[in-house]
Design a protein around this ligand. Structure first.
Ligand SMILES: Cc1cc2nc3c(=O)[nH]c(=O)nc-3n(C[C@H](O)[C@H](O)[C@H](O)COP(=O)(O)OP(=O)(O)OC[C@H]3O[C@@H](n4cnc5c(N)ncnc54)[C@H](O)[C@@H]3O)c2cc1C
Length: 511
């Protein structure tokens, strides 16, 4: 292997949603990165993506929420999950997600601090990917488009990656302290690092067809996921663009060659065949990597977990990127203990396992519905079954009720007397919220700074804290989760810092 031509603290493989956000999170903490991306432009994701409120809070920290919001669907309209026997049939039941505007109002009125300060965002996937790609034009981010990572080896102090530049055909060697494998479902990083996926059940095959149909898009007044017998059609997120996920069985091979015919037949579309924009056949089963890490190599996003289409896993990807980004930044800055890096896999794999099961549950609801429709069940039976299933979209994503403010969870949100959001005062590194009358948090802040641990001191005695707030000293980590709390200065500041920085044990894991 030739000697390294490039050196970077963090090499990010892949500039999809996960890779872009990992690089942006690193930059937020002042850490430069090099991003290698196989393709020339952002990924073409035709589906709408729903980013929950909690992740919008995290994107707000990066200054992205305001940029993305105008690219989302109409904030004044709700989003519907429509259950119907066919696209030409009346809905049997609609699960309605309130509009962004409506949620903004109800979140503002909520007093317990559990509501996110940003409502969800429903956005065409390509628009999200495009805006994030533009955000990579950042002085700390060196984006190399059409560079494909082909190989890597890990050494004690670094990772050495080989990439091919498609334009020149040249092979380059990049040496990095850490490698973030954000290179999607077919991850080369995962393969080269010898990390395996663990599948849940047998593989299902879907044909995803993006097509234009003004008639179909106009059938529902709001952005909708229309679930018919076995198919799901997404509409209303991008003009007259519709996206259908059609389950395939063994006998369907021939039909795949004629997606317009298959659509017409499956959905019972009247009139002219629809204009097809893109077709993708995907076989897969929900899966999660058995391990997210080998030494200095980490997996994130679709490289680490896959949802069953039409699954919603963009939230898991965003969470990975933020979590990995701040931890790697701490490691590059020299204040991360080994347990802090280990906490990435512990926290994010747990989340992926949870999301995999929730995705499976949603798939089972669709299968049950399909089975009953095929068996000729009448309207009452179908409606009764659906009524017994809870709507399976959580637009807030702020975590389990009652855990707000506990170590490992998000602190309660509230507005300061001047109207400013408390969350906007946090970060970018650790923040010590100090409610003591005599600024009793100073010894901890001083001890942190003496160790090179960046910590903001936020004196807030007399602030209008919500009732759920616990602790007069609350240390909040860079991703706005509580790291430690107490009612008075700790007798052993270094002991607290050992835990918080992962020198001693994994305080950073959700309890
Ligand atoms: C077709 C499709 C449909 C989806 N539908 C939904 C949906 O309905 N709902 C939902 O929530 N989520 C959906 N997702 C997932 C959602 O888009 C992802 O959560 C999000 O895009 C983040 O994915 P990622 O960045 O981890 O991976 P990807 O989006 O796959 O990005 C990986 C990037 O890595 C690049 N790359 C790959 N190999 C290399 C290499 N060797 N070297 C350099 N670069 C490399 C690729 O070109 C790509 O840009 C869908 C994804 C796809 C691909």
């Amino acid at each position: 292997m030739p000697t390294a031509a490039f050196r970077t603290p963090v090499l990010v493989a892949g500039a999809g949603v996960t890779g872009s956000l990992t690089a942006l999170e690193l930059a937020h903490h002042g850490v430069p990165s090099m991003v290698v991306e196989r393709s020339g432009g952002p990924p073409r994701i035709l589906e709408p993506l729903l980013v929950n409120g909690r992740n919008m809070e995290l994107l707000r920290r990066l200054g992205l929420a305001g940029d993305l919001r105008p690219a989302g669907v109409d904030p004044d309209g709700p989003v519907d999950v429509v259950w119907a026997r066919g696209v030409d049939q009346e809905p049997l039941l609609v699960w309605r997600l309130p509009s962004v505007t409506e949620l903004r109002g109800s979140y503002a009125a909520s007093a317990d601090g559990s509501a996110p300060i940003e409502p969800y965002l429903l956005i065409a996937g390509s628009r999200l990917a495009g805006r994030l790609r533009r955000a990579l034009e950042h002085p700390l981010i060196d984006l190399r488009s059409r560079w494909t990572l082909t190989d890597l080896r890990t050494e004690a102090e670094c990772v050495v990656a080989t990439v091919i530049d498609a334009e020149s055909g040249k092979r380059h060697v990049i040496e990095a302290a850490y490698l973030a494998g954000c290179d999607g479902a077919g991850s080369t990083v995962r393969r080269c690092a010898g990390l395996e996926m663990e599948d849940l059940g047998s593989a299902a095959t879907y044909l995803t067809v993006a097509f234009r149909s003004a008639g179909l898009a106009a059938r529902w007044p709001h952005p909708s996921a229309v679930i018919t017998g076995g198919s799901t059609v997404l509409t209303g997120h991008d003009g007259d663009l519709c996206v259908a996920h059609l389950p395939l069985t063994e006998g369907d091979e021939a039909a795949v060659a004629d997606p317009a015919g298959l659509l017409t037949q499956r959905l019972g579309l009247p009139g002219e065949p629809p204009e097809i924009c893109a077709v993708a056949q995907r076989a897969g089963t929900p899966s999660v990597a058995r391990s997210y890490r080998r030494g200095r190599v980490f997996l994130a996003g679709q490289a680490a977990h896959r949802a069953e289409p039409p699954g919603n896993d963009v939230d898991t990807c965003i969470g990975d990127a933020v979590d990995l980004g701040w931890r790697l930044a701490a490691a590059v800055h020299g204040w991360a203990g080994e347990h802090l890096l280990a906490g990435y896999e512990a926290e994010r794999r747990r989340q992926a396992l949870l999301d995999r099961e929730l995705g499976r549950r949603a798939g089972q609801t669709r299968s049950r519905f399909q089975r009953l429709v095929a068996s000729g069940a009448d309207r009452e039976v179908l409606v009764e079954i659906l009524r017994q299933e809870a709507p399976q979209v959580d637009p807030a994503g702020t975590g389990p009720a009652g855990m707000s403010g506990a170590p490992g969870f998000r602190p309660p949100a509230f507005r300061l007397a001047g109207g400013e959001q408390f969350f906007d005062r946090l970060g970018p590194q650790l923040t010590l919220v100090d409610l003591t009358d005599d600024q009793g948090g100073w010894p901890l802040v001083t001890a942190a700074r003496a160790r090179g641990v960046p910590m903001r001191h936020l004196p807030m005695a007399g602030a209008p804290m919500p009732a759920a707030w616990c602790g007069r000293l609350v240390l909040i980590r860079p991703d706005q989760q509580v790291a430690w709390r107490a009612d008075g200065p700790p007798p052993d500041c270094d002991g607290v810092l050992d835990e918080v920085t992962g020198v001693r044990h994994q305080l950073y894991e959700n309890a």
